[in-house]
Design a protein around this ligand. Structure first.
Ligand code: MLT
Length: 271
């Protein structure tokens, strides 16, 4: 695995890793994680593909200047990486907030994406209740509440039935999430509040979509996601169990084999 960096005014340090050769798969992590969340599925994917894993600006080793960031900015940062690597087309898959960015990328650069992966993610925007919850969390962050928030949040990402099994992973993710600056947490929550509904990107679109759903996911619920899985023309749907919001850990074999099969389909259609 090779780690690379780009620097621009907006992103003083944009960090990403590259593994393997061949057609390109980009994996965008969610909130408030970093690219290492995909480590467990990297060897399977990179045996057949060139896998690019960015740290979203504000997470891991990537930074952004100023205090604001939008979901479209995250998509732009992915575009910068692809341009740097002279990549014309890729399968772009995102986990949760990373999926919101993958959808924004599909809207901004439709010719550069040949497959869209939504891992525990969806195209609708926040409803008023969710926006209000996020605004309350932003107030908490501003009062220095990052630590209790993250300690409470990370275990909730896992299914009730897998929490004990993945105790070490929960501790590890909590430790790395705590390194995320408060400025970034606030920027991500504002970005998610402000993101538009992007079901229009799915509606009758021929772009193939891979849906990874966790049966016990309380954030991207099976009910919400299932309602969206027939909007596009070509859908691959996998419901994982036991699994919450963290398929790359809780259902890593199913996740990796689904991504490999999906990418094989997407690249065979475009070739
Ligand atoms: C994530 O996992 O990226 C976030 O929980 C997404 C969200 O809060 O909508």
């Amino acid at each position: 695995m090779e780690r690379k960096f780009i620097s621009t005014n907006k992103y003083p340090q944009l960090s990403y890793t590259m593994s393997g050769n061949g057609n390109v798969i980009v994996l965008i992590h969610g909130f408030p994680l970093d690219g290492s969340i995909w480590d467990g599925i990297l060897s399977v994917l990179s045996a057949e593909y060139r896998v690019i894993v960015p740290d979203v600006p504000g997470c891991g080793q990537s930074t952004f200047s100023g205090s604001e960031l939008s979901i479209e900015d995250i998509a732009e940062s992915i575009h910068l990486i692809l341009a740097e690597e002279k990549i014309e087309q890729a399968v772009i898959a995102g986990h949760s907030m990373g999926g919101y960015a993958a959808l924004a990328f599909a809207e901004l650069y439709p010719d550069m994406i040949c497959g869209l992966g939504l891992m525990h993610s969806f195209a609708t925007s926040d409803n008023e209740e969710k926006k209000e919850q996020r605004r309350k969390s932003i107030e908490l962050f501003k009062k220095g509440g990052k630590e209790p928030f993250i300690k409470q949040m990370v275990p909730v990402l896992f299914a009730e039935s897998t929490k004990t099994k993945y105790k070490n992973e929960i501790n590890k993710i909590t430790t790395s999430a705590l390194l995320t600056e408060t400025k970034s947490l606030i920027a991500f929550y504002n970005a998610m509040i402000n993101r538009p509904d992007r079901t229009r990107i799915l509606n009758n679109n021929k772009l193939p979509v891979l849906w990874i759903i966790g049966e016990e996911d309380t954030i991207a619920t099976t009910k919400n996601l299932m309602q969206q899985t027939s909007l596009s023309c070509v859908n691959f749907v996998e419901v994982c169990k036991p699994c919450g919001h963290m398929g790359m850990i809780e259902a890593k074999d199913a996740l990796s084999s689904n991504i490999v099969q999906f990418a094989s389909y997407c690249f065979s259609v475009v070739e």
